[in-house]
Write a protein that binds this ligand. Structure first.
Ligand SMILES: NC(=O)CC[C@H](N)C(=O)O
Length: 412
């Protein structure tokens, strides 16, 4: 409602005429305001009143948009007549000033100045997210943990819902040869704060692989097998970049000189947001992760301090486009890739949010799809088409990502 819902308001408050207007509007009496469909107003009032709770209508919500009207009447007398954007600015100004002191002022000002033009994201789903996938084959996936990994439980749950046989594997399991990656077809690097981000996100985790001859050999062999696939999310994405798994030019000298890395967010702070991203499927081959999802604009959780894709040389960025490696981009309210804050939370060029390897099997993405595979995990209701065959599906569109990988892997 109002500010949070970007809607106009028409309020008609009736109070004892002896109560001053300001006291009526800014009192601290315990109460709640609920928004209900016009058709249900009488029903809700009756339910409250018959259960001994006082309830009355105080107004109605108006149009969607920053320029909608805000009209407030107290005892029939108009006391406020303004636009939502003005109320929004009054409300936000304190936070704006504090944020100017805490974060990159340029980004904070961009958000403040952009408020007036915000319309809300234009989500779209180009496929049926409720479609069920039948388990036909055992596909083993390792979810790899290092000290400080988090989100591995959500990752395991997402993979299990997509029919994978999931194994919880730690770096020390690999270091002590308890198990090797040869046992798996899929490898997932979850998010987190490996080694507490000391010296930079994923630097310690990557060093543990790059500077161990045996582990380095094992990871390289895994990546090179034609039947394998991998996913790195957030801290895992930072790791994959450092391992050189998404570099456009493969096998050029040492992977210890990575071509892509994730730099500090331009805002100079940790960004925890629900962002909108556009999916680019690589239609030149069977896309392991994004098949059938091309052009969809989905909301997704973002939580990182170092999410800005950066390149050792300018030509790396061009090579990514040429190779169809740009898998995900942050988009503005019109659905176009953006560098504008906060729609782009980290300042990545062209809104880069996820990159796939040149052969398409390995994907590194900063946002967290595993945190929103179920509809209730999303702060907005994901747009979905109704599927008669599966009317009660709880899956959000992100489930498709994991299902795609299962379908691809089971055919290898
Ligand atoms: N959620 C994450 O995986 C965070 C990654 C990393 N620690 C960062 O802040 O950038």
């Amino acid at each position: 409602m109002g500010i949070a819902g970007v809607r106009g308001l028409y309020l008609n408050i009736e109070v004892d005429s002896r109560v001053p207007t300001i006291n009526a509007l800014f009192n601290e009496e315990l109460g709640i305001i609920v928004e209900v469909d016009q058709n249900n107003v009488q029903y809700v009032l009756n339910e409250y009143n018959t259960n001994g709770v006082q309830a009355k209508v105080v107004g109605a919500t108006g149009q969607y948009g920053m320029h909608s009207e805000i009209l407030v009447n107290v005892n029939g007398k108009q006391v406020l007549n303004t636009k939502l954007i003005d109320v929004f600015r009054m409300w936000e100004e304190t936070s704006f000033r504090v944020e100017c002191l805490q974060a990159n002022t340029e980004c904070v000002k961009q958000e403040w100045n952009g408020l007036e033009n915000r319309k809300g994201p234009s989500y779209s789903v180009t496929f049926d997210p409720t479609a069920a996938v039948v388990k036909c084959k055992s596909v083993r996936v390792a979810v790899l943990r290092e000290e400080g990994t988090n989100g591995d439980r959500e990752m395991i749950a997402s993979l299990m819902m997509a029919n994978f046989e999931v194994f919880d594997v730690t770096m020390s399991d690999l270091q002590s040869n308890k198990i090797t990656l040869d046992a798996f077809q899929g490898l997932v690097f979850p998010g987190g704060f490996s080694y507490a981000d000391t010296l930079g996100s994923a630097k310690g985790w990557a060093a543990g692989i790059l500077f161990s001859e045996s582990l380095y050999g094992q990871f390289s062999h895994f990546k090179g097998r034609s039947d394998t696939f991998s996913l790195g999310v957030c801290n895992g994405c930072q790791l994959m970049a450092l391992l050189g798994w998404i570099d456009p030019a493969q096998n050029t000298g040492s992977v210890r000189k990575t071509q892509i890395f994730l730099d500090r967010n331009q805002s100079e702070r940790f960004e925890c947001r629900w962002s909108a991203v556009k999916i680019n499927e690589d239609k030149t081959k069977e896309d392991v992760w994004f098949r059938g999802m091309d052009g969809s604009v989905l909301g997704v959780w973002v939580a990182h301090g170092e999410g800005r894709f950066s390149f050792a040389e300018g030509q790396v960025r061009e090579a990514l486009t040429r190779n169809k490696q740009v898998a995900l981009q942050y988009v503005d309210d019109d659905g176009g890739p953006t560098e504008e804050y906060p729609m782009n939370p980290n300042g990545s060029p062209d809104g880069l949010a996820g990159v796939r390897s040149a052969d398409g099997r390995h994907i590194a993405m900063m946002p967290h799809p595993e945190r929103c595979v179920l509809r209730w995990q999303c702060p907005i209701k994901p747009p979905t088409s109704y599927n008669q065959a599966n009317p009660h599906s709880n899956y959000s569109p992100w489930m498709r990502l994991f299902q795609n990988a299962y379908i691809w892997a089971s055919k290898q």
